[in-house]
Design a protein around this ligand. Structure first.
Ligand code: HEM
Length: 510
């Protein structure tokens, strides 16, 4: 009798447990509470009608959004003129939404200025998660996958050596020379074009078009994004004139190099490149092929050059401000690479301190501090909160970069944090390049470019603050954030190093 009761209780418990597990697994399908009756995530108080738009139009938005994290939590909901914005402040929530629910969270924001007036969504970085995006991304993958990027090592090393040689001659011109360097790498891969001067029209046009593009892509820059009716304003209104100019420049920056390759192909002189390869040997499963190749190439050029430039500029600024860390990295390069050659990309895995220094550069001031916003294509629920369809979902990666740490002050520049397993800091490669299906397709290329340029600079030069004037870390406020123009001294470490750079650069084929 006693045993029977026990068995009976045991069966009851097992069935009860099973029911709970089944209900848990099926809970998304058994919802009794309608999604719309769930609360929104917390956020700052909203003003009537305009909601939070006054809160989000300001510069250095990532600082304000990170303050919100400590006030409201990992999910912060904002609203402005009928638009919903969800700021995501933790890596877990970014992974849950952008990766685990990628089928819902892979569209891009609706940008009235950027898309309707300027047309940045012709470029797949800004188009929705649709056939156009799929086709262009598939094309870009042919040039940016892990195997393809190995084919660029020699060219990247050549470009880094030429940058170093140009710095010997004109150190004060380091910003323009670095912009040239970043563009050279992308232009060589994408179009097979090689350039010699920062004043080249392809660079100056891209620089200006990117400046306007990153401004247009930053949520909150233009009022017309909140009040779409304004897009019908007359053409003489300043933002309309700016949009027309920006659209024209963007077209120019993309058509110029593309037509260059076509001319070279006709003349039989086109060097190998992404565009040359695809126009010579088209992929037959992609419709409207030539236009898509043109815009995929433009996306790579637009997204790849400025981000690499911003990261290396941040490194130069950090080195001028932190000479002790620079010395430690130089000592490692000297010890491992030796004194009689410049580093190569193959050295990357043998230089742990240099790698930590690069991670710290990417953490100390992320080049894309708010990532690139995604948008959800249907109503959703997360952590008990309602996320309406078409919400702009912003991955505030700044909040991860500046996560409090007991041992390492997040404000300080300390590469050592990445070498200490006792107090792990999240590796920037987990968040700096975005998430899910929209993750940066150029990340393998970018990591190699950044490594070889930084390792070459460490091998060859001492970077120091200017003789006169204080050096302050100040950065621009748009989607890609660069140091504001600054002065510093970039001096060869020795005569031997200078001649080593000259010799290596003379062997460059670019
Ligand atoms: C330090 C260098 C770089 C950083 C920090 C960076 C960062 C990013 C980020 C944050 C995104 C948005 C991902 C998302 O939506 O979640 C992105 C997208 C993209 N990146 Fe990069 N990137 C870098 C270099 C490059 C390079 C070198 C290329 C190409 C040559 C490139 C091409 C692209 C493209 C085409 C997209 C759009 C992808 C899409 O929407 O599907 N990036 N990148």
């Amino acid at each position: 009798m006693f045993n029977t009761t026990l068995d009976y209780n045991g069966v009851t418990w097992s069935i009860g447990l099973l029911v709970i597990v089944v209900l848990y697994v099926l809970r998304p399908y058994l919802r009794v509470v309608p999604l719309k009756s769930l609360p929104y995530a917390p956020g700052p108080p909203m003003r009537p009608f305009i909601g939070n738009i006054m809160d989000i139009g300001a510069g250095k938005l990532w600082l304000k959004l990170t303050d919100y994290k400590y006030e409201y939590g990992d999910l912060v909901y904002l609203q402005g003129l009928g638009k919903s914005i969800l700021v995501v402040n933790s890596l877990k929530a970014m992974t849950d939404l952008f990766e685990k629910r990628a089928n819902k969270y892979s569209d891009r924001p609706i940008l009235v200025f950027g898309n309707d007036l300027m047309g940045i969504n012709r470029n797949f970085s800004f188009c929705d998660y649709n056939d156009e995006w799929r086709a262009q991304r598939k094309l870009a993958h042919t040039a940016l996958n892990l195997t393809a990027v190995k084919g660029y090592y020699g060219m990247q090393e050549d470009v880094a050596a030429v940058f170093a040689r140009d710095l010997l001659q004109a150190p004060g011109n380091f910003m323009a020379l670095m912009r040239l360097t970043a563009s050279k790498i992308i232009l060589a891969i994408t179009y097979g074009i090689s350039l010699d001067t920062p004043e080249d029209k392809y660079i100056t046009i891209l620089e200006e078009s990117s400046r306007l593009g990153v401004k247009a892509a930053m949520p909150g820059t233009y009022l017309v994004d909140f009040l779409p009716i304004l897009k019908y304003a007359p053409s003489w209104v300043p933002f309309q004139r700016e949009a027309k100019y920006a659209s024209h420049l963007m077209e120019l920056s993309i058509t110029g190099p593309f037509e260059h390759v076509k001319r070279d192909l006709e003349a039989g002189t086109a060097p190998p490149s992404f565009v040359q390869q695809l126009l010579t040997d088209p992929l037959h499963d992609i419709a409207d092929f030539e236009r898509r190749v043109k815009w995929a190439a433009g996306s790579m050029y637009g997204a790849g050059a400025e981000t690499t430039y911003a990261t290396v500029m941040t490194f130069i600024l950090a080195m001028a401000l932190h000479p002790g860390k620079q010395r430690l990295a130089q000592a490692e390069v000297d010890r491992i690479v030796g004194m009689d050659r410049l580093p190569t990309i193959e050295d990357r895995s043998r230089l742990p301190y240099v790698n930590a220094l690069i991670k710290e550069t990417m953490r100390w001031h992320p080049a894309v501090p708010l990532g690139v916003a995604h948008r959800n294509s249907e109503d959703d629920e997360y952590e008990g909160y309602f996320i309406p369809k078409s919400t702009l979902v912003i991955p505030n990666v700044w909040a991860i970069a500046f996560e409090p740490n007991e041992k390492y002050d997040p404000q300080a520049f300390l590469p050592e944090r990445f070498l200490d397993p006792s107090q792990p800091t999240v590796d920037p490669s987990m968040w700096a390049f975005g998430f899910g299906r929209r993750i940066c397709p150029g990340r393998f290329l970018a990591e190699n470019s950044i490594f070889i340029i930084i390792a070459t600079l460490l091998a060859g030069f001492n970077i120091a603050p200017p003789d006169t004037g204080e050096l302050k870390a100040q950065f621009s406020s748009y989607l890609i954030s660069y140091p504001e123009p600054f002065d510093c001294q970039i001096v060869p470490r020795s005569g031997i190093k200078a001649s080593m750079i000259e010799t290596r650069a003379a062997q460059s084929t670019i």
